[in-house]
Design a protein around this ligand. Structure first.
Ligand SMILES: C[S@@+](CC[C@H](N)C(=O)[O-])C[C@H]1O[C@@H](n2cnc3c(N)ncnc32)[C@H](O)[C@@H]1O
Length: 264
């Protein structure tokens, strides 16, 4: 049986081809700022090599990937959503960790990225690919046990970033985990700080927004905007860690379960 590559559906999957939605446009910031990295066919051919992704992350690709996956546990149970494709072996490594019967779903707004990812997956991998925008996910609320957002937020302008965070939060089941890995403001003693400033300003202009405000503060703002009360109400535990002298951050939020005793 051919592997299911599903667009815009949720629940048990029955589609057997990658359906690209004609009505889903590539966002302006991707076309204008990131065409050279994700949209142009030559970009995929050039960038999708482990050593290049590793070089871009100063040798930290494996460490950051493993940190994101380890935050969930030794295996991925239930359903895991990856919001946006990642070059290199992020998704194949996540799939290797799927527990028996567990499933992975990956969304991306760029068809070429989904097609490229489909080529990297084993035919029997329990992975579903969806052509969707991170700001408007076509799943039910609370459909996923784990949601991973790996190096997406820094590419998005602030209004888009907020919508992506809001949608990622909406996807998480009570008791589930939401994991962000992305850039962060490095310490003044980290030489990479001075190397990254011109690189990011030139190539990834929205990334500096994560230097001035960390991911937790964006999530806090989203909680308030969605009328969820404070972050402490939405999440039982917020774990924030910086890596590589502060250049990267990992944020793990565990969604609170409803307080059964207080509702009695
Ligand atoms: C996760 S980010 C970058 C990850 C990392 N830098 C890497 O090495 O690939 C790149 C992906 O995000 C996708 N993307 C950007 N904006 C998106 C959006 N609004 N919705 C879904 N996917 C999006 C791009 O199409 C691209 O495949």
């Amino acid at each position: 049986m051919e592997k299911a590559l599903v667009a815009g559906t949720s629940g048990p999957s029955v589609a057997f081809q990658l359906r690209i939605s004609d009505s889903l446009a590539i966002p302006r910031y991707l076309e204008e700022t990131y065409w050279w990295a994700y949209v142009h066919p030559n970009a995929v051919k050039f960038f999708d090599r482990h050593w290049i992704v590793n070089l871009i992350l100063w040798g930290n690709m494996g460490r950051l990937r493993d940190a994101a996956l380890a935050a969930i546990g030794p295996t991925l149970q239930g359903r895991t959503l990856q919001v946006a494709c990642v070059y290199g072996n992020f998704t194949p490594c996540a799939v290797d960790r799927l527990a028996e019967g567990a499933r992975m779903d990956v969304v991306d707004v760029t068809p070429i990225q989904l097609k490229n990812l489909s080529r990297k997956l084993k035919k029997d991998a329990n992975v579903y690919l969806h052509h969707q925008d991170s700001t408007n996910l076509a799943f039910q609320d609370e459909e996923f046990d784990n949601v991973i957002v790996f190096f997406l937020l820094h590419e998005q302008p602030n209004d888009i970033k907020k919508k992506t965070i809001s949608e990622a939060m909406r996807m998480v089941k009570p008791g589930g985990k939401l994991i962000f890995v992305d850039y962060h403001e490095p310490s003044y003693f980290n030489p990479f700080r001075y190397i990254m400033i011109p690189i990011l300003r030139l190539l990834e202009p929205f990334a500096m927004d994560l230097w001035s405000r960390d991911v937790v503060s964006w999530v806090e703002e989203t909680c308030v905007a969605r009328g969820l009360g404070g972050l402490a109400k939405w999440s039982t535990g917020v774990h924030q860690e910086t890596l590589f002298g502060g250049l990267y951050q990992k944020v793990v939020l565990e969604r609170a379960r409803p307080d059964v005793s207080s509702s009695r």
